[in-house]
Design a binder for this molecule. Structure first.
Ligand code: BMA
Length: 378
């Protein structure tokens, strides 16, 4: 079972004492060349590497922006309405920032996303960002897989390379605006090019070669670094198509770019989900150990959560077996019927979700505030 983190959380010394229990040694995972990171970003990475065994941050995508039957209500969150606390980790998406648009592909103003990221940092919580950008060749969206030359077209020498550099610069510019009132840059777990082991995005497996995919990551990393985006940690997040660690790492961009390894896996059938998650998490744990990287379930969920005990009888028994740093469930869409992954008041799994929240080792915002993920523990 989880180590009882909440009682310990008041004693940083004790949490620091637990630091050694995760098998990710800080030194071994340091890359040869020193990465340009802010102190808070370095501290976040270090704390993710040494998170006490079996303590897991709960995360929700777009949590404070909208939910079932509401949007843009200051302070509101379906998760908080159900269990009294915000998620320890919040996820947001930058789709359409590349176009110079004012609002995301999910119709959320980027100013509002910025405001909620700052609020989440100020309450001590973690933030991750994905990027469902448009297709730079066809003008379609991320899911436009009509052409297999898109990745090639944005790499150096490609017809849209310059355009894509401009797209990356817009991402860098947004990341640089994520600052507190005192000017502290907010660390972000940046997760572009996700689920690339599938073929539903223009950067997917059947749309580009492993080499091209790795070059897409290298271009992303080098341009954002050149633009001084030193508040980013980079997250690698395939689906669960891989059957071996080697397959999981086939398109891995390398230790000098990636800071955290993840996986995306959704439930359709319960038994299949349990089997798939355990297989994938065994592989992910091994990959994280080999490369000395922290690991996470970067997307998961059971759409509309129709199983009243899903949280404590399906998800919890799985995640408590692996050293994942966080588990993220997807968004509670307000504009799409039955497209939600966290409960809202009265939802059939809401009571069980409260029990999940009360489980020692499952961290929400007030828990993660106590372990101060942005400060050094040395
Ligand atoms: C997908 C769906 C879409 C959404 C996209 C980015 O999984 O939720 O409706 O536009 O993520 O948030």
């Amino acid at each position: 079972m989880f180590k009882y983190i909440k009682v310990y959380a008041t004693s940083i010394a004790l949490v620091a004492g637990l630091a050694g229990c995760r098998n990710v040694s800080k030194n071994a995972s340091e890359n040869s060349e020193k990465r340009m990171r802010t102190p808070e970003t370095e501290n976040l990475l270090s704390n993710l590497k040494s998170m006490p065994e079996r303590s897991v941050m709960f995360g929700h995508h777009d949590d404070p922006l909208y939910g079932i039957g509401w949007e843009a209500e200051e302070g509101r969150s379906d998760v908080k309405s159900v269990c009294g606390d915000y998620p320890a980790l919040m996820s947001f998406d930058l789709g359409h920032i590349e176009l110079g648009a004012n609002e995301s592909l999910d119709k959320v103003p980027f100013q509002k996303i910025r405001q909620e990221i700052i609020a989440q940092y100020n309450r001590g919580g973690a933030i991750t960002i994905s990027w469902h950008l448009n297709n730079p060749l066809t003008g379609g969206n991320s899911w436009d897989v009509s052409d297999t030359t898109v990745v090639a077209s944005v790499l150096p020498g490609g017809v849209h390379h310059e355009k894509f550099i401009g797209w990356l610069d817009r991402v860098a510019d947004f990341m640089s605006t994520l600052k507190t009132a005192d000017g502290v840059k907010i660390p972000i777990l940046f997760r572009p090019w996700h689920e690339h082991t599938g073929s539903w995005f223009w950067w997917g497996k059947n749309l580009c070669s492993p080499e091209q995919y790795k070059k897409l990551w290298e271009l992303t990393y080098s341009r954002l670094s050149e633009k001084k985006a030193d508040n980013l940690l980079y997250v690698y997040s395939p689906g669960t198509e891989s059957n071996t660690v080697e397959e999981y790492l086939e398109r891995y961009p390398g230790d000098s770019i990636i800071d955290l390894m993840g996986l995306d896996c959704y439930q359709l059938d319960k038994e299949q989900y349990i089997g798939q998650m355990n297989k994938a998490l065994r592989m992910l744990t091994e990959a994280g150990r080999i490369h000395s990287k922290p690991i996470a379930i970067t997307e998961t969920g059971y759409e509309t959560i129709p199983d009243p005990d899903w949280w404590t009888k399906v998800l919890l028994p799985i995640i408590k077996e692996y050293p994942v740093t966080y588990v993220l469930v997807w968004r509670n869409a307000r504009e799409r019927e039955n497209h939600y992954y966290a409960p809202y008041p009265g939802q059939v799994s809401a009571t069980d979700f409260v029990k999940f929240r009360q489980t020692p080792g499952i961290l929400f915002a007030t828990d993660v505030k106590k372990i101060m993920i942005y400060t050094t523990k040395d």
